[in-house]
Write a new protein. Structure first.
Length: 184
């Protein structure tokens, strides 16, 4: 089923909410992990992040094929422009964050195992095999920088996005939020 002005397809709704909830959870877990050096959560964060990356790719392909949903009502031009910018930031950000996470782990020489299933192993230092060493400091470093930076930009965009959704629902009383909740 395709998206229409009155109703969004179950695929669009499912992909929006599974990615939205997982990203919000991973942002919170990531910040908690980093601030508290809670290394016991790194594997969980990386496993969920790598899996949701696959769903995010499907979401982007679906969005490219469908185009953006038509606005539910006649917004002002500036509102339309703002929501478009925020949607682009959210969609592109949800690709760049997990991709940079993968770059950080691969470049840094760390292993990636998705719930115990090895995708790639650690890069052992030949001089002291119990230690790991970077595969590429450039890729690892860039991944690290992007992961934190784009996460912060996406957090700001999510705040604007939620304020916008609530404004449509409470002030304009239009179908924007209802439509994303599967009601026509
Ligand atoms: C959509 C998915 C993801 C989100 C929203 C996310 C979000 C975050 C955030 C907000 C932080 C804290 C960054 C900071 O405070 O500077 C973080 C840390 C981290 N993330 Fe992710 N992440 C995701 C996916 C991944 C993936 C796929 C990997 C690796 C395979 C990964 C590896 C890490 C690591 C290793 C850290 C800790 C970095 C450090 O200790 O310096 N993340 N993540
Ligand atoms: C509680 C949190 C959230 C609420 C209440 C919410 C609500 C909505 C609503 C009502 C729309 C429809 C807008 C329209 O018709 O123009 C929408 C679209 C969208 N949302 Fe969210 N959202 C949330 C979280 C997120 C998160 C965390 C992301 C991504 C990181 C995200 C990404 C998007 C994108 C890209 C669209 C454009 C339409 C699409 O691709 O499906 N949202 N959201």
């Amino acid at each position: 089923m395709n998206d229409t002005k009155q109703k969004l397809s179950p695929t669009s709704i499912f992909l929006h909410w599974i990615v939205a909830v997982t990203i919000i959870g991973l942002l919170a877990l990531g910040i908690y992990m980093e601030e508290n050096e809670a290394y016991q959560f790194y594997d969980l964060h990386k496993s969920i992040g790598a899996l949701i990356f696959l769903v995010i790719i499907a979401r982007v392909v679906w969005r490219i094929k469908q185009g953006w949903p038509e606005p539910a009502s006649d917004y002002k031009k500036i509102e339309h422009l703002m929501s478009k910018v925020v949607h682009y930031v959210l969609l592109i950000g949800s690709v760049v964050i997990p991709m940079s996470g993968l770059m950080m782990s691969w470049g840094g020489g760390h292993e990636l195992a998705v719930f115990g299933l090895e995708v790639w192993g650690p890069n052992h230092d030949p001089a002291s095999p119990e230690e790991t060493m970077a595969r590429s400091e450039a890729i690892g470093g860039l991944g690290h920088q992007l992961h934190g930076l784009i996460s912060n930009i996406v957090i700001a965009a999510i705040v604007l996005h939620i304020v916008g959704a609530l404004k449509h629902h409470i002030v304009d009383k239009d179908a924007t939020l209802k439509r994303m909740l599967g009601k026509s």
